[in-house]
Design a protein around this ligand. Sequence first.
Ligand code: GLU
Length: 620
Amino acid sequence: MSSSIPAFEAGTSAADGPISRYLDALHDRLLPLRDGEIATYIPELSTADPDAFGIAIATVDGHLYTSGAAGHPFTIQSMSKPFTYGYALRSCGVARVLEQVGVEPTGEAFNSIILDNVNNRPFNPMVNAGAIAVSELMPGDTPEARLAMMMDFFNDLAGRRLDIDEAVFASERDTGHRNRAIAYMMLNSGMITSPPEDVLELYFKQCSINVTCADMAMMAATLANHGTQPVTGRKILDPDQIRDMLTLMSTCGMYDYAGQWAYEVGLPAKSGVAGGIFAVIPGQAGIAVYSPPLDQVGNSIRGVAVCKEISRDFGLHAFSDRTMVQTVIRREYRASEVRSKRLRSVAEIAVLAREGHRIAVLEVQGALFFGSAERLIRRLAALAEDCMAIVIDFKRCSDADPAALRLIEEAVARFGEAGPDLVVTHVPGDHPLRALLPGGARGTGRVLTLPDTDTALEELENDLLSGFFETDDLARFALKRIDLFHGLDEGCIKALEGAVSSFQFSAGQQVIREGDDANAFFVVASGAASISVTLPGGQRKRVASVGPGQSFGEMALIDGGKRTADVHADSAMICYAFSVDRIREIAKARPEVLTTILQNLVISLTTRLRMANDEIRNLV
Ligand code: GLU
């Protein structure tokens, strides 16, 4: 056999450690397993080295782990069958392919000459009859064109140029009389119509493609990666075609061992008589093993042993599912327990503590699919009974499949005029849920989308509080009603009124700049402002916001140093400003002005410290 292909170079990063060590230990443990016979019915295969033994795993992002002779070339044989089936699905469509070949396991040997006479077609594409029938579907006007088409397809799957082992091909062609009999029988019953020798030539060439374990792992990883080759990024097959291929591999891929394999390994797989086996871990990786000695049914003995161990050790059986639908709601809280960063008066805080339970926040995490979406919408329905508003925070949820989208779309459509308000946050433009939301293709318009949960909470708190306070009544913020001046007598308030100047800011305007001298403090009369800091990376982080009656910049009274944060008006805003010098002046005659303000300031700083603590707690 040809050995012209250089050994495949595996990655050697630090991440290889545990998995490479595992594969090496597995390889060394199974190498002494010397049972089984090398296939000899294709004479050229009998020259294989019984101790050539390689293992490879390729991940869906193209990382390759190998052990032993993973770069040793051998012929693909029946491992090609799922792929040519996929090619036929892609080029002819499912309906045409199903006319040519069925999907039933046979219970017969791979080379049986039995056809499904009821449906007038071979039982499935994993037995020789089915694969030969599929070979006829390869598009192209001439044998050369069809061969080129097929090789291009396998090259794309492997991500490199493959070649045909001419010696094996010649050996198969010269001795493959049983396959010849199958092809002529299918011609006789009209299942194939092309000249059998042409169809067989392509089929024998397909079986004689040289591959290595590394190639097969990469091809398996292409199936695991929903049809996109992990290294080249080329989209080769559609997810629907992959599903059909994997289904047939699961039911018919391991000759007469398919049932036992499904029971013990539980991964879609295909073996070939040259000693190769590949298995697919959907969404995760591809596994390939090469070791020529075969068992009674024609599967590589070491290959089966390797797959059994890997599946067991890493819990990969398709039915040993560990999906945790119950963790979809990461955290649930009410506005009575967690408040927005908006600084509030004592009276407002009291209302939020009492009434905030009517605003609920759900933090969703992980992928949304049928089971997790069902949990989410059931919880939403329960909350809708007693809440005036619900926020769903999708920050930790990046994926939603079509089933989840359908369920959420229906659930969301029921919110609106009658039910509570629904606000969704952290749903960027490329999020799968985006299409369902206002501004998206199917958005209902009855749901509000906001960038983050703090903004959502702040708006909903404002709505709630507006039922208890006339928040935009300027007169309400007569100085004596402001928390910072709480406890001062009429005389002191009068003195302060003489010291105040008022300023107007437009939305977005900067009021305070970090690093500037701190020589005045402000009280919001109307509108709101955000206090933010610049993070080391340059991004801005909003640490608090202030609305009517709240003060900011009061640190100036304590240390008179530099500003430690930026303040921007969120909307049109009117502020009262007090110069620190003027306050100190007043305090000469009325010392209680300063002591009372400082006392109130301590209370407000304590509140902010608690908020900062809560925020840190929420980070974990
Ligand atoms: N070329 C071989 C045959 O047709 C493939 C058999 C196999 O790998 O199962 O007999």
